[in-house]
Write a protein that binds this ligand. Structure first.
Ligand SMILES: *Cc1c(COP(=O)(O)O)cnc(C)c1O
Length: 373
């Protein structure tokens, strides 16, 4: 028998669980879905499963969920129009790892490349760039969060001798602005730059834009060479996860075979989570594309409702087209103590994820109104 917890320790876990359940109600400022049910999968937590190494390789370890992981990857490859038979990918520990993988591939292709990214880029990217020791230039952003293309053009012009690696935001963290990959390509062609790499950071919007009719195209069709999306954001997961996809011809250049585990060492980490692929698989099988499309449509409707309700309370709220993120002036300390809202400098944001109801929006609107001057 494995050792058991004492009664006192059990009580502590009960308290923690109660607290976390209560806190779900004020969780309105982060792009993470709450209220999922993966109990079908709990029994897999009793097994020492591990998807070490490449999801498409064979392994001398048989306790894995690679077949389910590959189904998940197939689903995303089709969603993002990856060229059939010419893509590769894996389930990551989240958006940061997927972005790191994209940058790593780019660096292996262009060791002296220069990374361009806008000032609205997620905070983890500058750390990734330091870890990978890549040269980089931060570009200006437009007020709504999208990259400033004039700044991109001028900066590219000054560094024509080094291959550009463009880190494009498909939904910036604070304002959910989208960089336009087609427009970026047009600038590269205009300047007659032959060799370049484009990575798309689609942490949140990789699960919203594909389900919105007429939304901008950001995927492999638009010319992205790799894409990263988070699994614990729009889809929702108790364990952070994500998916990264890349063009196979680029991946093959960095693959290395390792005898010890009998697989290819293509991924950032060696041992990999075998449970999160099941979580994603469960979500994809239960929601399907139609379910996600309905969820996104509901969120967009309530996001517009939130903008209206906040404005009625005298709060200068706004949002980008197709965005779930409602940007507001930085709320008072009293509001921040009650509601879990992300802030940066003079702004804050509320993100209308699937679990956020009109009742919550109403209550938040009242609190924002009562405390705004
Ligand atoms: C959340 C986020 C990330 C980081 O993702 P993690 O899953 O937290 O590692 C990267 N980029 C953007 C735009 C994000 O919103």
């Amino acid at each position: 028998m494995p050792p058991a917890l004492s009664d006192a320790d059990r009580d502590r876990l009960d308290e923690l669980h109660d607290l976390l359940q209560r806190k779900q109600r004020t969780f309105v400022g982060y792009p993470c879905t709450a209220g999922f049910d993966y109990s079908d999968l709990f029994r897999f937590l009793a097994l020492p499963i591990n998807n070490v190494g490449d999801p498409f390789g064979h392994s001398t370890i048989h306790l894995h969920t690679r077949a389910f992981e590959r189904e998940v990857l197939d689903w995303f490859a089709s969603l993002y129009h990856a060229p059939a038979g010419e893509w590769w990918g894996y389930v990551t520990n989240g958006g940061t790892e997927g972005n790191m993988y994209g940058l790593y591939l780019a660096r292996e292709l262009y060791p002296n490349g220069m990374v361009y990214y806008s000032q609205d880029t997620h905070y983890s990217v500058s750390k990734n760039l330091r870890m990978l020791r890549m040269q980089h230039i931060m570009l200006k952003s437009q007020p709504h969060g999208e990259m400033d293309y004039e700044d991109l053009r001028e900066t590219l012009r000054l560094h024509r001798d080094v291959p550009p690696i463009i880190f494009a935001n498909i939904g910036t963290t604070m304002r959910e602005g989208h960089d336009d990959i087609a427009r970026i390509q047009a600038i590269l062609h205009d300047l007659a730059i032959p060799a370049y790499y484009i990575h798309g950071d689609a942490a949140l919007c990789g699960m919203t834009l594909p389900f919105i009719a007429g939304a901008p195209v950001f995927d492999f069709r638009a010319g992205a060479h790799s894409l990263s999306v988070s699994g614990h954001k729009f889809i929702g997961s108790p364990i952070p996860c994500g998916v990264v996809l890349a063009l196979k011809r680029n991946v093959d250049r960095v693959a290395r075979s390792i005898e010890y585990v009998g697989t290819l060492d293509t991924t950032v980490t060696g041992s990999r989570n075998a449970f999160t692929p099941l979580v994603l698989w469960h979500a994809l099988r239960t929601h399907g594309r139609e379910g996600f499309a309905r969820a996104v449509a509901g969120c967009l409707e309530r996001a517009e409702y939130a903008v209206e309700r906040f404005r009625q309370q005298g709060v200068a709220a706004w949002r980008n087209p197709n965005a779930l993120t409602v940007v507001i002036p930085r709320p008072s300390q009293a509001v921040l103590e009650k509601w879990q809202i992300a802030v940066q400098d003079h702004i804050g944001h509320v993100i209308i994820m699937p679990h956020i109801t009109r009742d919550q929006i109403d209550e938040l609107a009242e609190d924002l109104g009562a405390h705004s001057s």
